[in-house]
Design a protein around this ligand. Structure first.
Ligand code: CO
Ligand code: CO
Length: 317
């Protein structure tokens, strides 16, 4: 070896260079290893549902790469002063979702902490020709979103006691819904560019996709699926800090047509937990994809399209 760059290896296909959903390492014989890790503080009060959401969220980055999860490791922070049955419930929810994804939890690590946190490191695999990344979106592709937006706002309102879990049952059940079926539908039609919507919101993740793919995009505000209740809280200012951070970060990158409903525009920046997939699909495969997505995702809507351009996103009516 005549040159060696720290942290680089020719078998690393997706690493620190691209902000993709997971890292990818070539194993040989056409197989790729896919790895991701994610953990966070509770987004709902019910520990079992929190465990489910955290696991569905961690698995999602494997699905966004076209991968199949194999094994997972628990990551746990838990205050010793709390009742340990809460932790048991978190772990039960996590285990159930990982197994629903066809994978197994094979270990983990826990620490004492002031605030509970839970998540997982997930390892999966994908055949080299099935890998989906954020850098393969092409002008003309339609953008399909598979879950509604607004969970970040609802979780904030829940934390502030403006809502109960029953009020946002639909949003919680969608957050526990695996992106497995949606990813399989994308693989069946041979889609190449996929990501999932999490902390950076729809526009943040779309921006990463258009930047990596060296294209632009248009988003149609009226097509955006969202939880009806979430908009009530935007107007009363009950919004997650992440929403405003995302909006600020994207200010120069997103062009918003004048006269649009500002409340709905805010939704496009709302950070999601275990959000849907964003799939860039060529127009001739669109109908087939939408057909395959039926029953495999809470919604499947065309919310915009990829256009030629330099990492610019335009939000239209
Ligand atoms: Co992701
Ligand atoms: Co992630």
């Amino acid at each position: 070896m005549d040159s060696f760059e720290f942290g680089k290896d020719q078998e690393v296909l997706v690493g620190l260079d691209t902000p993709d959903d997971a890292a990818v390492y070539r194993l040989g014989s056409g197989k790729l290893l896919v790895q991701t890790v994610d953990f966070f503080t509770p987004v709902v009060n019910d520990p079992y549902l929190f465990g489910q959401i955290a696991a569905a969220n961690a698995l999602s980055d494997i699905y966004a790469m076209g991968g199949r999860p194999l094994v997972a490791l628990n990551i746990v922070a838990f205050p010793c002063r709390l009742d340990f049955s809460l932790l048991t419930e978190i772990l039960r929810g996590g285990k159930e979702k990982i197994e629903e994804g066809g994978a197994f939890i094979i270990g983990g690590h826990s620490v004492d902490d002031d605030e509970p946190k839970y998540g997982l490191a997930v390892t999966g695999e994908v055949e080299a020709d099935k890998l989906t990344t954020i850098e393969q979106a092409r002008p003309g592709d339609k953008l399909v979103l598979t879950k509604p937006l607004g969970l970040g706002i609802l979780a904030t309102a829940l934390k502030a006691d403006f809502l109960t879990e029953e009020d946002i049952e639909e949003a919680i059940s969608n957050a526990t819904f695996l992106n497995k079926g949606a990813a399989e539908a994308a693989a069946r039609v041979g889609v190449k560019a996929v990501t999932d919507i999490t902390g950076f919101g729809l526009l943040g993740h779309l921006y990463q996709m258009v930047k990596a793919s060296k294209v632009g995009a248009e988003v149609s505000l009226k097509e955006i699926p969202y939880y009806k209740k979430s908009v009530e809280f935007i107007d009363s200012g009950i919004t997650p800090a992440g929403l405003h951070d995302n909006r600020r970060f994207l200010e120069e990158k997103v062009e918003i047509d004048p006269g649009l409903n500002e409340t709905l525009v805010d939704l496009l920046f709302d950070p999601q937990t275990s959000g849907g997939l964003l799939i860039a699909v060529s127009e001739n495969k669109l109908n087939q994809l939408l057909e395959f997505l039926k029953g495999q995702s809470p919604v499947a809507k065309v919310v915009g399209q990829v256009v030629a351009g330099d990492s610019k996103i335009r939000v239209k009516s």
